[in-house]
Ligand binder design. Structure first.
Ligand SMILES: Nc1nc2c(c(=O)[nH]1)N[C@H]1C(S)=C(S)[C@@H](COP(=O)(O)OP(=O)(O)OC[C@H]3O[C@@H](n4cnc5c(=O)[nH]c(N)nc54)[C@H](O)[C@@H]3O)O[C@H]1N2
Ligand SMILES: Nc1nc2c(c(=O)[nH]1)N[C@H]1C(S)=C(S)[C@@H](COP(=O)(O)OP(=O)(O)OC[C@H]3O[C@@H](n4cnc5c(=O)[nH]c(N)nc54)[C@H](O)[C@@H]3O)O[C@H]1N2
Ligand SMILES: [Mo]
Length: 671
């Protein structure tokens, strides 16, 4: 048995360092490694059990070619037959050439998101291939697009407070984040801070595990955070408690923010948010008086029509209240931007081809002309499970005249609609470099075992396709060796088990060690670019229309069982969570099969009554697969493909639905 150090690349802020025990070229066990101080000697149960993903029945072991039509319930592995890599890649390369000739290069669309990929398996030879072909480009907006707009606009993506430094805070605000599942290493740090006397505030429409431990829980209606944040600004400005000297010397745009906030005195805000005005005042008192104070802004805030403005208003709070400049004070969102000046090499694209928003991919597959999409190359992504407007995505994938390649580790819901399926390696079988967006670290992830079956890495496959399409250049060749690619990107040898930190260090203090990367180095509390991008203007609240037929708001946050849709193959039945009051009025009992519906479609699944939800809000988890519901539809069937105010992001938590017991629905139809 050997123990090998590596790092987890899955889409999670924590980026754990790992120790993998290997015997006879197989993974025996996976545990925490010592390198990343955030890992603190424990890892999540999903990665501990990664072996079942690596060696499970759903793992793809060789290339497959479709042998039956896509539509008409042809779903299933029996629609495919095994082919060799050469046959598969030749066919793909030929199709690329012929589609390019007949329809133009933009008829080819690379569909990737890459949340669980590092600097080796995303935006290297894949980027070169599609760039040199002149394929359409895809805006990766399914996550973090509105938050990124806000973080760039206000602070030029300044590095955030290190999660380890939350231990120094006297006040911790967890706003629209659920670290108990989505980044578990923050939880013991918060617990220790609380033991040392820190206060905890949680802002979330449901009573999350941390909300249960909080001193104050604000439970706003989904999508109303903008109003809540502005009312806090208003209270600070109105009572003269804003940090005037900090605003004068380090910020711009405070006056514009102040006047937008003036629309939201606590009483009016409380009504829109569905919370008591006294609770807003209590928040203001805590935030004003306690120091250091830190806000962990999560991604639950951004996924609605007000998402961009809401994140911006939250990120502006530490500036207005004067919370920067001390260890454990300020905010944390994504720390990805901390690496901007780290001197890492990257492959670059030059093509000016059209850009498609992935949140509209279903619509684009069905409607786009000039040219229509003729080839979809899916990798690092499971669009049928994770994109909005699922019915249109599925209809698009069903097009017989669309040539679809799905390159994945397992037979995903999307892969069932492929013409060619290619088996991919996992992070235990290939090289990667993980830039963490939570802990401030760059780590090397490396193959600890040989690939399962005939699976190949992204670098192997995309460089091979460059070769087959005649686009591989002489200077590319050395870098097709993944180890050389690692050295080229890092500019030195980063060994497995080592850590590298960005210029501001592992635990930077905001406005001391790191500063806004805006043009004048000031925080911009009212970025004009954001104001221009929004139809209504920055910090202007967009009310949701009343929809009597669909009065409930569906949210679909992360759960402990999956990482996005990864590991969804292991889930049994998905459940809809509903508040007892909403269940009662609909005659729904716990465990009953329910029909959750709106004009986009319906989900049939089991139900669970949960008083932790805010009444009027229901929940179906993110990332479930078709097999987990009665009718194969998941939350994304009900999610609109409307876009956020700023950043063109997805509105996952802005779906309006109705719920009825399935028994009632069937009786209704019979009557
Ligand atoms: N186990 C696990 N970990 C993950 C992931 C996973 O799928 N599973 N996904 C990873 C990825 S891709 C991401 S982006 C992060 C996301 O991690 P988080 O930032 O935690 O985001 P979400 O899980 O989307 O939602 C967080 C919370 O926002 C609440 N929420 C929903 N709507 C609103 C709203 O309008 N306002 C407020 N204030 N709260 C709201 C939800 O109830 C939820 O508790 O986690 C990463 N980590
Ligand atoms: N309803 C709802 N939907 C959501 C969300 C929500 O809150 N609600 N959240 C959204 C968020 S935050 C995100 S980030 C997206 C993520 O959505 P996706 O980008 O679709 O992420 P995953 O579902 O993890 O799918 C990634 C796929 O890539 C494969 N893969 C991993 N590594 C490699 C590799 O090296 N090579 C190849 N070829 N394949 C690889 C994995 O096996 C997996 O099937 O989902 C979004 N979808
Ligand atoms: Mo995400």
């Amino acid at each position: 048995m050997t123990q090998l150090s590596t790092a987890c690349t899955l889409d999670c802020p924590d980026s754990c360092s790992l120790e993998v025990t290997v015997q006879d070229d197989a993974v025996v066990s996976i545990g925490p490694g010592p390198a990343n101080s955030l890992t603190e000697g424990f890892i999540c149960s999903k990665v501990k059990r990664f072996g079942r993903h690596q060696y499970g029945v759903d793992r793809l072991r060789h290339p497959l070619r479709r042998s039956r039509p896509k539509s008409g319930g042809s779903n299933g592995s029996d629609s495919f037959s095994r082919v060799s890599w050469d046959e598969a890649l030749d066919e793909i390369a030929e199709r690329m050439q012929s589609i390019r000739q007949e329809h133009g290069p933009e008829a080819i669309v690379p569909l990737a998101y890459g949340g669980s990929n590092g600097l080796i398996t995303q935006d290297t030879f894949d980027l070169q291939l599609f760039d040199r072909l002149g394929a359409s480009r895809v805006a990766r907006t399914v996550c973090a697009a509105p938050s990124t707009s806000a973080a760039v606009g206000l602070y030029g993506k300044m590095a955030g407070v290190a999660l380890q430094d939350y231990e120094h805070a006297r006040l911790i605000v967890v706003w629209g984040a659920n670290p108990s599942v989505s980044g578990i290493h923050l939880v013991p740090i918060i617990r220790r801070a609380q033991q040392n006397g820190a206060r905890l505030v949680v802002v979330d429409p449901r009573r999350t595990p941390l909300a249960k431990k909080a001193d104050l829980h604000l439970q706003p209606r989904p999508g109303t955070d903008l109003v809540l944040a502005l009312s806090i600004h208003h209270a600070l400005f109105e009572s003269g408690r804003q940090a005037t000297s900090f605003l004068d010397s380090h910020c711009r745009g405070a006056d514009e923010l102040k006047s937008a906030a003036a629309n939201w005195p606590a009483e009016r805000a409380a009504e829109v948010c569905g919370i008591e005005a006294e609770l807003i005042e209590e928040f203001v008192e805590l935030y004003q008086n306690l120091e250091p104070a830190v806000i962990r802004c999560g991604w639950g805030v951004e996924r609605n029509r007000n998402g961009g403005s809401a994140v911006a208003a939250i990120l502006a709070l530490p500036a207005v209240a004067g919370k920067f400049g001390v260890r454990g004070g300020g905010y944390t969102l994504s720390n990805g931007g901390a690496w901007a000046k780290a001197g890492l090499n990257a492959m670059r694209a030059t093509s000016q081809s059209r850009v498609l928003n992935m949140n509209r991919m279903g619509r684009d597959l069905l409607e786009l002309d000039d040219p229509p999409i003729k080839m979809l190359f899916v990798y690092n992504h499971n669009p049928l499970a994770t994109l909005p407007a699922q019915a249109t995505v599925r209809q698009g994938l069903e097009r017989e005249d669309l040539f679809t390649v799905v390159f994945d580790q397992v037979m995903t819901d999307t892969a069932h609609y492929a013409d060619i399926v290619l088996p991919a390696t996992t992070f235990l079988e290939h090289e990667d470099l993980r830039l963490s967006y939570g802990s401030l670290s760059l780590q090397r992830s490396r193959p600890v075992v040989s690939p399962v079956g005939e699976s190949r890495s992204n670098v192997e496959v995309f460089s091979d396709l460059l070769e087959r399409t005649g686009h591989l250049k002489a200077e590319d060749r050395p870098l097709t060796d993944e180890k050389q690619l690692v050295s080229w990107i890092t500019g030195e040898d980063l060994q497995p088990g080592e850590m590298r930190f960005p210029p501001g260090g592992e635990r930077p203090i905001q406005f001391v060690d790191v500063h806004p990367a805006t043009t004048d180095g000031r925080a911009d509390l009212f970025p004009n670019s954001m104001d221009r991008e929004s139809n209504v203007g920055l910090y202007q609240y967009i009310e949701s229309e009343r929809d009597e037929a669909h009065p409930l708001t569906l949210i679909s946050p992360a759960t402990e069982h999956t990482v996005s849709s990864t590991f969804g193959q292991f889930l049994n039945k998905a459940v809809l969570e509903i508040h007892p009051v909403d269940a009662d009025t609909r005659g729904i009992t716990s465990g009953a099969t329910v029909r959750v519906f709106n004009t986009r479609g319906e989900v049939l699944c089991s139900s669970r009554i949960n008083s932790d939800l805010k009444p009027g809000t229901v929940l179906i988890p993110k990332g479930i697969w078709a097999r987990s519901t009665e009718n194969g539809n998941t939350s994304n069937t009900l999610v609109p493909d409307s876009l956020t105010d700023i950043g063109a992001g997805a509105c996952f938590n802005d779906a309006r639905v109705q719920v009825e017991s399935h028994a009632a629905a069937t009786e209704g139809k019979q009557a």
